[in-house]
Each structure stands twice: as C-alpha cells, then as structure tokens.
Design a protein around this ligand. Structure first.
Ligand code: NAD
Ligand code: GLY
Length: 365
C-alpha cells in the first residue's frame, strides 16, 4: 500500500519517494519506473533471503540479473563495485538498463555509484531496507565507494529514478541497527523541526516498538526535512551551509568511531553521543538553554543510547583525532551546533579549549 509520496527536483529532473507497506506487492510501484527491459538487482547476503523473492515477483516481465555482495561496510569498495560492472559489461546490459539497490546504505551507495558510471549513467532505484537508509542515505543522490585511505572518497552526485520505502522491512532489522537509524531521525528533528522533536518525545515508546503507523509518519517527516535540504543545496556547496547541517553530531561521531575502531560502535550509536556532545557544547558557548540540553539528553537516554565514552575512547584520544580534522583552523574548529531545538548553525570559530572541556565530561572514570 503506497500511502505517501514526496517529490524531489534536482539539476537534471525529479524523482518520487514512495512510503508505504508491502510495496513489492504493487507491481506499478517498482515495474512502472523501469524504462527498458534489463534490470540488475544488487543486494547482500543478509537481505537476499529476506526480500529478494518479493522484489523479483514485481519484475517478472524483465530480464533480471542479481548480484549478491557480502554484508559489510568493508565491501563498499572497488572490488565489489567492479563485480557489478563485470556483470553489466559481460551481459551486455544496454544504456536503458535499471539497477535496483535492495538493502541498506552500503548497497545503496555502491549501486548508485555503479549506476552513475556504467555507460556514463543508467537509471537506478533505491529500495532502502534499514531505517538509516530510509530517512537519509537513499535520498539526495550521494553515491560512493570507500578507498583504503578513507570512507566515501570515490563517488558522484547521481539521483535515483525513484525511492521505494517499505516500512515493513524494518521488522527484521537488529535492534542495534534500528537504533542507529533512529539517531539520524532524531538528528533531522534537532537540526530542522522543533515540532517534530516534540512529536518524537511523545511517540518514542511507539517508535521503539516499531509501530508501523507511527514509523510511517516519522519517516515521512524525516524525508521531508531531507527533501527541503537537498533541494536547497543539492551539491553540498561550501557557501550555502545547508546540506552540511545534516552532519550535526557527526564530527564527534566520526572521531568516536575512529578511536574505537570502525565497527565497534555503529555509526548511529556514535552520532547519538556526538549529538549530545554538540548540544552540551552549544550550551557552553551560550547558544542553547539548559532545558533544551536536558530534553535532548532525556530523549537519547530513553531511546537507549550510551551517553558516556566507553573505556578505550578517552577525551584525549578524541581531541587528538579532532585536531587532525580538516575543519581545524588556528586552533579553532568548524562545527554544527544548536541555537534552539530545531535550528542548527555552522560555527567556524569553536575554540579547541571549549571542545576539550566538553569532552572531559564524557570520559568513563
Ligand atoms: P548497512 O547497509 O551496512 O546495513 C546495516 C545492516 O543491516 C547490514 O548488516 C545489512 O545487511 C542489514 N540489513 C539491511 N536491511 C535489513 C533488514 N531489512 N533486515 C535485517 N537486516 C538488514 O548500513 P546502513 O546503516 O543502512 O548504511 C550505512 C552506509 O550508508 C554507510 O556506508 C554510509 O557511508 C552510508 N551513508 C550514505 C549517505 C548518503 O547520503 N548517500 C548518508 C548516510 C550514510
Ligand atoms: N551526509 C548526508 C547527506 O548529505 O546526504
């Protein structure tokens, strides 16, 4: 059942985000978006047994190949991008082919980049199956693979043909992955929509139970926020400072992930703590009132995120990591902070000393 639609316009056209339940059962939801006769579904070993058959039932009139990649961020690389390319080339897939990304953000990013580059660009459809990919990575046309030197270093801005968000796929997601995505949903409210934040406060129990009706409303609102942002700043331009706001909590979060070693904490778990750090720093710098900080803390704690650094990630390690961040100039850091719940700002002159003072409060003693 398709219940909600959103339209995103971009440099070269537009696409629709469909949000609903059991979308594979609706042939027109998927099949009507496919122009030619050739389809390549890219998925992974975890998602395949869960959703591939349902996806294929909507594609019976097409010539379909399936690429099943191993599961993990470490496979979002040139080797597995090349596996997709080899199949497309060897099977002589034509320019009017369509790729379908069936999975989380890893599959979405890699498939999108394959689509961007095969024959200088073919259509692709995002079928995101994690909460993070449904509220964030499937929207906005950022595609990428990783390089040994860093994440997402090789990529392109290349919008999908359509995004199909089937909220029922979230039922099979592990609790940790679900909470990791929920952090990005809370982030959307914090940076752009105070009323949505109140709504999340009121519906957090239903969200934690994955109530489908509540989830559809939450995902819709988060997608609207991302829609507004990417339509204002499609290419994340430096002077616009709009899309960059989506990185709220991420400078801290990335430092936590790096210090602990990638994979120890999930991205959203690190972002949740990072958002709390950024909120406290906002108060220290006189931007945000104490009640707001307490509300953010209460919501993140209720959702179950760890809000202290684990042993193994000291504030000193984090500071050292953040000092090397490319956003540091003359002992000051560029950070996204909160002015109010629902309003984020870019601050280009955050003193390292203020940062140090905040981080010390999070060390496990
Ligand atoms: P992921 O794709 O690794 O998925 C998380 C885990 O959930 C994986 O083990 C996956 O196999 C499993 N999974 C997926 N769907 C499932 C389901 N319905 N039921 C059970 N298990 C399921 O991780 P993610 O959090 O979805 O995405 C992270 C990636 O997204 C990173 O590579 C990040 O760089 C990227 N990202 C991209 C953007 C963008 O704008 N393009 C934005 C944010 C993040
Ligand atoms: N970093 C998420 C985005 O810009 O889409």
């Amino acid at each position: 059942m398709i219940e909600q639609k959103l339209n995103i316009t971009h440099r070269t056209g537009s696409y629709t985000i469909f949000i609903g339940e059991n979308l594979f059962g609706i042939k027109e939801a998927l099949a009507q978006q496919i122009a030619g006769s050739h389809v390549c579904v890219v998925t992974n070993e975890t998602v395949k047994p869960l959703y591939l058959d349902a996806c294929l039932t909507a594609l019976t009139q097409f010539e379909v190949e399936v690429v099943v990649l191993p599961d993990g961020e470490q496979y979002k690389n040139f080797t597995y991008y090349n596996q997709v390319m080899n199949l497309l080339c060897e099977k002589h897939y034509p320019r009017d082919s369509t790729l379908i990304a069936l999975g989380g953000g890893v599959i979405g990013d890699l498939t999108g980049f394959a689509a961007a580059t095969y024959q200088r660009g073919v259509a692709y459809i995002q079928v995101p199956t994690t909460l993070l990919s449904q509220v964030d990575s499937s929207i906005g046309g950022k595609t990428a693979i990783n390089h040994a030197v860093g994440k997402n270093l090789i990529g392109a801005f290349y919008p999908p043909q359509v995004v199909l968000i089937d909220v029922t796929t979230l039922a099979t997601l592990s609790q940790r992955e679900y909470l990791s995505g929920l952090a990005e949903l809370i982030k959307a409210a914090l940076i752009a929509d105070a009323e949505f934040f109140i709504w999340i406060e009121q519906h957090i129990d239903a969200l934690l139970k994955r109530d489908v009706t509540i989830l559809k409303q939450a995902i819709m609102r988060a997608c609207q926020i991302k829609q507004t942002i990417v339509m204002r700043d499609e290419l994340e331009t430096m002077h616009n400072h709009c899309r960059i706001l989506l990185n709220f909590g991420h400078t801290f979060g990335h430092a936590i992930e790096q210090v602990l070693g990638y994979g120890e904490w999930l991205h959203g778990e690190a972002v949740a703590l990072g958002m709390h750090m950024a909120t406290c720093l906002s108060q220290d710098l006189g931007l945000l009132d104490q009640t707001s900080v307490q509300r953010v803390y209460a919501l993140l704690e209720r959702a179950g995120y760890a809000l202290q650094l684990p042993v193994g990630a000291s504030s000193a390690n984090l500071i050292q990591r953040m000092r090397h961040d490319k956003k540091v100039y003359s002992n000051c850091l560029n950070l996204i902070l909160l002015q109010r719940i629902g309003t984020a700002v870019v601050k280009s002159d955050v003193p390292m000393l203020a940062l140090q003072s905040v981080l010390e409060r999070y060390s496990a003693h």
